[in-house]
Ligand binder design. Structure first.
Ligand code: ITT
Length: 197
């Protein structure tokens, strides 16, 4: 079975490839380098649908897209859908992380609770649309650690780790991240829908 992965982010391609080969090796992921639509939705789901619709229309094949980001409780859920451009008009992950750490440096939330969110939209050429959501709870570190992954990984500490050795996702291996991430959680909900294609 073949499905188009509608993203221009090479990190997402790598992560989905790892998730698919671990959980659904029967599935063939096709890349997408067609037109990038304007993501002017106001929710993760709207933006994921915009990207998946464009790819399904352009390729004539079933397509899925991920819209994702980090949501910080004391910031009312921001950066959220604005995660990629949090510090300005260029996608600058270093500036984004620095701004986020600055914004919550003096907050009165000792837990610094946050979550990574991935919404995946699946669109088929007959016009059927589905969305699923994966959430990975955790908190924001006080300083960056590790250089694995991408985006906010060096400042995100997933819940459920041994308190003595709490690592950021930047310190996790790719395989560890792909087994537990918001993207893996969303894909687990997408898999049964792909089986129906
Ligand atoms: P596409 O739209 O082409 O898929 P993009 O990177 O622009 O690529 P988004 O609009 O969904 O994708 O923005 C996602 C941003 O959220 C990403 O740039 C990171 O800043 C952040 N993010 C999402 N998933 C992440 C992860 O697994 N680790 C770290 N940061 C993540």
């Amino acid at each position: 079975k073949r499905v188009v992965l509608a993203t221009h982010n090479p990190h997402k391609v790598e992560e989905f490839q790892a998730i698919v080969s671990a959980t659904r090796p029967d599935l063939e992921l096709a890349g997408y380098d067609g037109p990038e639509p304007v993501e002017d939705g106001v929710t993760f789901a709207e933006n994921a649908l915009i990207k998946a619709r464009a790819a399904a229309a352009h390729t004539g094949a079933p397509a899925f897209a991920d819209d994702s980001g980090v949501s910080v409780d004391v910031l009312g859920g921001s950066p959220g859908i604005f995660s990629a451009y949090w510090a300005g008009h260029a996608k600058d992950p270093v500036a984004n992380r620095r701004l986020l750490l600055d914004q919550i440096a003096d907050i009165a939330d000792p837990h610094r609770a946050a979550r990574f969110v991935s919404v995946i939209a699946l669109v088929t050429p007959d016009g059927a649309e589905r969305t699923v959501e994966g959430v990975w709870p955790g908190r924001i570190a006080t300083a960056e650690r590790g250089d694995g992954g991408f985006g906010y990984d060096p400042v995100f500490i997933p819940d459920g780790q041994d308190a003595a050795s709490e690592r950021t996702v930047g310190e996790w291996t790719d395989a560890e991240k792909s087994a537990q991430s918001h993207r893996a959680r969303a894909f687990a909900l997408l898999a049964p829908l792909l089986a129906e294609l």
